[in-house]
Design a protein around this ligand. Structure first.
Ligand code: NIG
Ligand code: FE
Length: 399
């Protein structure tokens, strides 16, 4: 099956060879079996099965949301009400709200109901241009409920229109029924990770390394077990205070380290040296009503590659729109439009280890494409409601 896209205004994409955003004026894109096989004027006689008129839109790569907690069961608007009347995220968590309340509801929902809820979410998410999403478990915190969450991620790959990259996050919090924190760390290392790996249910392992959650020693231990079972590492670090998480992320050679609101320069330099993608989540800062946004400029100066993601979850951020996240990163984190665009395409692909197949518009890459009724990519964060997005294509098919 060969598809030809014609009547394109231009293709705007990051080019990894030229190391910059390029605007290519081109005539057509030829797609076969979900991949781009040719860009530009044809010098071969393709047998075209299907033609698509781009109607003079700009084509960009589909957005990649490299950090979400999509697999949750119920809403936490009570937390929101408590926050706006003055309680902090940590105070709400300590009084039984927060992640712990999401654990209760996830344990009580059936796998089918959970799948249904996530499919509905994805239907909304694709309308804002996301064509690949990372999703974490982490609201189950028993072997059974973590497996249930990861099986939902597996099924979403079959039943939804987009790709869902799976991350095991048993180390999201300590469950209430556990008396000794190290017993839970041992359960993660000795039972959960081996089972998740044996069932081939995850590609990454993520840990909430923060004061009151998992400390450095516990984080190292879980990482070692994950690596032994061929899971790659992602980390939540320095969200509420500087816990020296950035330095640890460098030491553990995580694929990406996320949040970084309070990270210090030495740690960021160590991340850059070890190739850890710095993922910032400004939607969370906005939604929590905080004023210390991650300093993206400082990270770029330290040499880090920056990805932007939503952190979509029921407690600290219900924003899933990547254009909104781009706008926040430009307004509050010191990124340029080009840096934000690279952060939701090429660098976001790097944050999930997919930089050789998605995130740029290039021959041999998947045809995950967005068609925009705009004049330049500055209009993506500018019209951040995504209403200028006229078509979304996943692996060569319009969705
Ligand atoms: O990334 N920080 C830890 N996890 C999420 C919040 C999850 C929740 O509140 O349910 C985050 O912000
Ligand atoms: Fe998160």
């Amino acid at each position: 099956m060969i598809t030809k896209i014609h009547n394109i205004k231009n293709i705007t994409t990051y080019d990894p060879i030229l190391d910059k955003i390029v605007v290519e004026n081109t005539d057509s894109i030829i797609i076969e079996n979900g991949r781009i096989i040719k860009i530009g004027l044809e010098d071969e006689d393709w047998i075209i099965n299907h033609e698509l008129d781009a109607q003079q839109t700009i084509i960009t790569p589909g957005f990649i949301d490299s950090h979400t907690h999509l697999i949750f069961a119920s809403n936490r608007s009570d937390d929101f009400s408590n926050r706006i009347s003055g309680k902090s995220y940590i105070e709400i968590a300590e009084s039984g709200g927060g992640i712990k309340s999401s654990i209760k509801s996830l344990r009580n929902i059936s796998k089918d109901q959970l799948l249904d809820k996530c499919l509905k979410d994805i239907n909304n998410i694709v309308k804002t241009g996301t064509t690949t999403i990372e999703a974490k478990s982490g609201y189950g915190l028993t072997l059974e409920d973590e497996i249930k969450s990861l099986e939902v991620i597996r099924d979403l790959n079959e039943e939804s229109t987009i790709d869902v990259v799976s991350t095991f996050m048993g180390a999201h919090d300590f469950p209430l029924e556990i008396n000794n924190k190290n017993d839970y760390v041992n359960l993660i290392c000795n039972e959960m990770i081996p089972e998740v790996a044996a069932m081939n249910l995850a590609e990454f392992c993520d840990i909430f390394c923060e004061k009151g959650y998992f400390d450095h020693e516990q984080t190292r231990k879980i990482c070692n077990s994950a690596k032994e079972h061929n899971l790659k590492i992602k980390l939540h670090i320095d969200e509420f205070e500087d816990f020296n998480g950035a330095y640890l992320a460098g030491e553990l050679k995580a694929v990406s380290a996320d949040h970084l609101m309070k990270s210090n320069s030495k740690g960021l330099t160590h991340m850059a040296k070890n190739g850890v993608v710095a993922t910032i989540l400004p939607g969370t800062t906005l939604f929590l009503g905080l004023d210390t946004y991650a300093n993206g400029r400082k990270m770029i100066e330290a040499g880090c590659d920056i990805a932007l993601a939503s952190d979509y979850n029921p407690g600290s951020c219900t924003i899933y729109s990547i254009p909104i996240v781009m706008a926040l990163s430009c307004l509050y984190c010191g990124l340029s439009i080009e840096e934000a665009f690279k952060g939701v395409t090429y660098n976001a692909a790097k944050a999930i280890n997919r930089q050789d197949s998605i995130g740029v518009v290039k021959e041999n890459y998947f045809a995950d494409l967005l068609f925009w009724d705009i004049n330049s990519i500055a209009e993506i964060p500018y019209w951040f409601n995504s209403d200028k997005l006229s078509m979304v294509m996943k692996k060569g098919k319009l969705i």
